[in-house]
Ligand binder design. Structure first.
Ligand SMILES: Nc1ncnc2c1ncn2[C@@H]1O[C@H](COP(=O)(O)OP(=O)(O)OP(=O)(O)O)[C@@H](O)[C@H]1O
Length: 265
């Protein structure tokens, strides 16, 4: 059996009167890329925050890189997280920020210098590396956040919208970086609204809507399940399965009612 990098069971997060994630059960094999899709407010970021122990579940469990997410100190060295708006230190230069992050991860001087230099070059940031982050554009900040998320060579990375705000060349570098990671058995959990990215990279796709996982499978499997039997693209499938949460609830209530009436008969 394949080892799992991410496993959740009944993961649920309730914020006051908002059920952001409901009974989420996921299994992501090691070394694979899982594309996580969903409309605005569906629960993607909350799921990623649960998987990175930045927020505690209301109920349910999750294990990432063999560590229960409740054990934050053990989890941190094994995972890398890129939030939608990565935190930056405005007063530091890009290089200083990356050295700081690498030091927090306990990388020795030589490894730190080498990795920071290589990543700055790879993401075409070397000419801006000694400028203060305060002068960076959105895309440059994103690149800096992304480098900071992977500098310590984590086993599992979780990227929230990694290509948003990037120019086509930088977006290509991100895609290549993600693809290259899996050759080293790194597992990538990727939330994005850019369906091309998912189609190109993901081994499996999960679609969340209103906190509920409403579809899951390989991109090919999802495209083949289009309701009218035609072979749609991922956008068709996305629009179909995330259509209307109220309508879905009503449909499932009708199904329960029908099943119930059959029982009586
Ligand atoms: N700290 C919080 N307190 C209260 N409600 C929250 C909190 N964080 C998220 N929510 C709510 O939980 C739901 C899911 O939000 P989440 O940010 O996970 O969605 P998302 O799928 O990442 O959306 P987007 O694509 O717009 O980034 C939303 O209704 C949101 O308003």
């Amino acid at each position: 059996m394949t080892d799992l990098a991410i496993e959740t069971d009944g993961l649920t997060k309730q914020f006051d009167d908002e059920l952001a994630v409901e009974d989420l059960t996921l299994q992501v094999p090691e070394g694979s890329i899982y594309g996580f899709l969903g409309p605005n407010g569906a629960g993607k970021t909350t799921t990623m925050r649960l998987l990175t122990s930045l927020t505690a579940p209301t109920s349910g469990t999750a294990t990432v890189a063999d560590v229960p997410v409740a054990d934050r100190p053990a989890l941190a060295p094994k995972i890398g997280y890129l939030p939608t708006d990565p935190p930056v230190f405005e007063e530091l230069t890009g290089r200083e920020q990356l050295h700081h992050v690498a030091r927090l991860h306990g990388l020795d001087d030589e490894t730190r210098t080498e990795r920071v230099r290589d990543h700055l070059e790879r993401f075409d940031l070397q000419s801006a590396a000694d400028r203060r982050v305060a002068s960076y554009s959105t895309g440059m900040r994103k690149k800096l956040g992304l480098i900071g998320a992977v500098l310590h060579d984590p086993d599992v990375v979780l990227f929230d919208e990694p290509t948003s705000g990037l120019d086509p060349r930088a977006a290509r570098t991100v895609r290549d970086t993600v693809a290259e990671m899996t050759t080293r058995d790194v597992t990538v959990f990727l939330s994005t609204h850019i369906l091309d990215v998912v189609e190109e990279l993901a081994d499996s796709v999960g679609v969340i809507d209103d906190g509920v996982l409403v579809a899951e499978g390989s991109p090919e499997e999802l495209k083949a399940r289009k309701e009218d039997g035609a072979h749609g693209d991922l956008e068709d499938v996305f629009l179909q399965v995330t259509g209307d949460a109220d309508e879905r609830t009503a449909r499932s209530d009708r199904e329960v009612a029908t099943a119930g009436s059959e029982d009586v008969r």
